[in-house]
Design a protein around this ligand. Structure first.
Ligand SMILES: Nc1ncnc2c1ncn2[C@@H]1O[C@H](COP(=O)(O)OP(=O)(O)O)[C@@H](O)[C@H]1O
Ligand SMILES: [Mg+2]
Length: 359
């Protein structure tokens, strides 16, 4: 279908056709240079679509190498492809206890479980019941799985639950564990390791050329044609390649350069805009480097997500009171790191606020 004419013809001096494509939570529809990893994951989980056993796997690689997006991409396609599977994506930062992970699985299966007062055994039982009826195989992706080892309460036991799913739920689970911690495997008990990690899929840091391809595929959607000078993408790619081949940084630089060009009403992103974007990111890093403890954790989390609500933060850091988390948020706001606006736009106490990195 021909592209809509309103998208094709830019308003005067606009550079972005669709800025959202450069936001951290955007899920790309093409993932250059991850074809092999995608194929391997597909091989591992396709058995489930035919009612067979899946291969459990561990995805390993540094931050910004596309692990999360690749998994979400494959799970989405799997869902479209087969009625026999139930893909479940869980970020272990958000669901960081055995109880909340099982709860999350149960609720994806359509079981309503109240947040309190239901024992883990009971949740397990309910999951088993649904699965027996449905005759489907759940594929559970556990992103940032190393987080489970951070607690003193042995939350990682949920890995044992999933590894022996057949006993526990009478149905096999497929497990895709994801981590950027290369020491993760060593933390796993030998027995668990052999059933949970049938294969490892490595995500390497991107090279400058690979980052260029990634940026090009995004820029096509995000910018009007002609609104990027030729050097912009190679410059962003080179900088991110030096910083651990992090695609997240590359995309962020490109977006920032676009915003700076827009601010000077240029209609085209130039090399000087990219240089300013480098500076801004550098200053941010330097300032953020001085943050400590909970403030730093909150800031990093907002940065990674792009956007998060205050109530999500309360839930995540529920070892502290809402009040103290609110204080951290307010402090980060006053230091100019983040913005926090309530959904209606005005800042009122007690309302859920949407927290973003300050631009
Ligand atoms: N091969 C790729 N093609 C397109 N975008 C990518 C690719 N790899 C990473 N990205 C983008 O880079 C950012 C970071 O990727 P992500 O999957 O979150 O990495 P990780 O989970 O390894 O830290 C996301 O915005 C993602 O869309
Ligand atoms: Mg990730």
């Amino acid at each position: 279908m021909a592209e809509n004419i309103f998208k094709r013809i830019p308003a005067e001096k606009e550079v972005f056709r669709d800025e959202r494509v450069l936001m951290p939570d955007y899920l790309p529809e093409v993932m250059p240079h991850r074809e092999k990893q995608i194929e391997e994951i597909v091989f591992g989980v396709r058995g489930a679509a035919e009612g067979k056993k899946t291969e459990n796997m561990l995805l390993l690689g540094p931050s910004g190498t596309g692990k999360t997006s690749t998994v979400k991409y494959v799970l989405k396609q799997l869902q479209e492809y087969s009625q026999k599977v139930i893909p479940i994506y869980i970020n272990c930062w958000e669901s960081s206890t055995r109880h909340s992970i099982l709860n999350n699985i149960a609720s994806t299966l359509g079981e309503f479980v109240p947040r309190r007062g239901v024992s883990t055994d009971e949740i397990t039982e309910r999951i088993g019941e649904v699965l027996k009826k449905e005759k489907k195989t759940p594929i559970v992706a556990l992103d940032e799985v190393d987080r489970l080892f951070a607690s003193q309460y042995e939350e990682e036991k949920v890995l044992y639950d999933l590894a022996r799913a057949k006993e526990l739920f009478s149905v096999d689970f497929g497990v895709v564990a994801i981590t950027n911690n290369s020491e993760f495997l060593a933390k796993l008990d030998q027995r668990i390791r052999s059933s949970l990690v049938n294969k490892q899929i490595v995500f390497k840091q991107y090279s400058p050329d690979e980052l260029k391809d990634i940026l090009k595929s995004r820029a096509k959607l995000a910018f009007y044609p002609e609104s990027l000078s030729e050097e912009v993408i190679p410059l962003c790619a080179a900088r991110a390649a030096k910083k651990n081949g992090d695609a997240r940084l590359a995309i962020n630089l490109l977006w920032k350069a676009g915003k700076i060009a827009e601010r000077r009403n240029a209609g085209k992103v130039a090399v000087e805009d990219v240089r300013k974007a480098f500076e801004e990111v550098g200053e941010e890093d330097e300032r953020a480097g001085k943050l400590e403890g909970r403030e730093k954790e909150i800031y990093e989390l907002v940065k990674e997500r792009g956007e998060i609500t205050s109530s999500e933060l309360y839930k995540k850091f529920n070892s502290e009171t809402d009040r103290s988390i609110r204080n951290y948020i307010d402090k980060l706001c006053s230091l100019g790191f983040i913005t926090a606006e309530s959904e209606g736009g005005d800042i009122k106490k007690g309302k859920t606020r949407i927290i973003k990195i300050k631009k």
